[in-house]
Design a protein around this ligand. Sequence first.
Ligand SMILES: [Zn+2]
Length: 82
Amino acid sequence: MSENNEKITTCPYCGAKLKHPYWAHVQEKHPEEYQKKQTWLKLFEDYRSMGMDVDISLQVIGELFNVEPEEVRFFLEQNNIL
Ligand SMILES: [Zn+2]
């Protein structure tokens, strides 16, 4: 499982290894994506297709965008992804 956990700290846009806080990298290097919640939909589908659990996917997206996982869940539910 440790190898899977390593992937969580990789930037989904440029593949950079990320350190806490993950969102700081996305905000600085990918400001357009950072603004768009639509990005969450694609990321979630990407993570799910990689076999990641729903809860872990929500947590990772939350960490990338500095929001609570529940906010990610709410947005995905609104978009009929969850
Ligand atoms: Zn990046």
